[in-house]
Design a protein around this ligand. Structure first.
Ligand code: FE2
Length: 241
């Protein structure tokens, strides 16, 4: 049953998480190795034995290089081993969609960091429909990536146009909503859109997007929400990781 969720009305075990910021010092996530290990301990208490952590790669704010991310992940794994924590931390990234990412996909020999079945997690501006979205989707698919849009429920341009998210899915993009959105962590409109996506079966992944202990606590609360329980009945791809 590794990585599988056992369903139950008050089940508190979390599924295999695919979105978090638990590598210290790389982005706006955890600040120290201690904080990272503390949060991983809480994930273990939720029954998690494996997760994927996904630092931001964003040109201006977090210009992380893949090799450095992998090296920090190795350091974290050494600490996990030395502390005897029973959790496997895998690493991918959350890519910000901009022209620089597209250029890299054209010119860079380095493979992008993906997880599972070459799933490529990406995020966009919170406000404006990305100018390069269709070009990115085409490029990603033609290069063998399976693009996964992080937290669509948080983007204003999708809140303003539900048909847009339907179109994005039709183009072959998978959707990952944040579990804490279902509990109203961000705002009522975000919660409403996340619930609509669950009700319409347009959720392919759930992710914690956990950046810190506060967000972990919110996750713990969100596991009680009815909509989270409903989301677990969808054929989430988390189950096959
Ligand atoms: Fe994130």
């Amino acid at each position: 049953m590794f990585g599988l969720f056992k369903k139950g009305k008050h089940q508190r075990t979390y599924i295999t998480d695919i979105h978090s910021h638990l590598l210290p010092g790389l982005d706006d996530g955890v600040k120290s190795m201690e904080e990272s290990l503390e949060i991983l301990t809480y994930f273990i208490e939720l029954g998690t034995s494996r997760l994927y952590t996904t630092p931001h790669i964003m040109n201006d704010l977090y210009p992380n290089k893949e090799a450095h991310i992998l090296s920090v992940a190795n350091n974290l794994r050494k600490e996990i081993t030395s502390k005897g924590l029973a959790i496997e931390v895998n690493v991918a990234a959350e890519y910000y969609l901009d022209e620089i990412l597209l250029d890299r996909m054209d010119n860079d020999d380095n493979q992008l960091l993906t997880f599972g079945d070459n799933y490529l997690l990406f995020e966009t501006s919170f406000f404006n429909l990305p100018f390069y979205l269709n070009e990115f989707i085409f490029k990603a698919k033609s290069q063998g990536y399976q693009p996964v849009l992080a937290h669509p429920e948080r983007y204003a341009y999708i809140q303003d146009s539900y048909t847009l998210v339907e179109d994005i899915v039709q183009r072959g993009v998978l959707l990952q909503i944040n579990t804490i959105s279902l509990a109203g962590f961000y705002s009522k409109p975000v919660k409403k859109l996340a619930e609509r996506l669950v009700n319409d079966g347009m959720v392919h992944f759930l992710g914690s997007d956990c950046h810190n202990i506060n967000q972990f606590n919110a996750l713990n609360e969100a596991l009680k929400s009815k909509c989270y329980q409903k989301a677990l009945d969808l054929p989430l791809k988390n189950y096959s990781l």
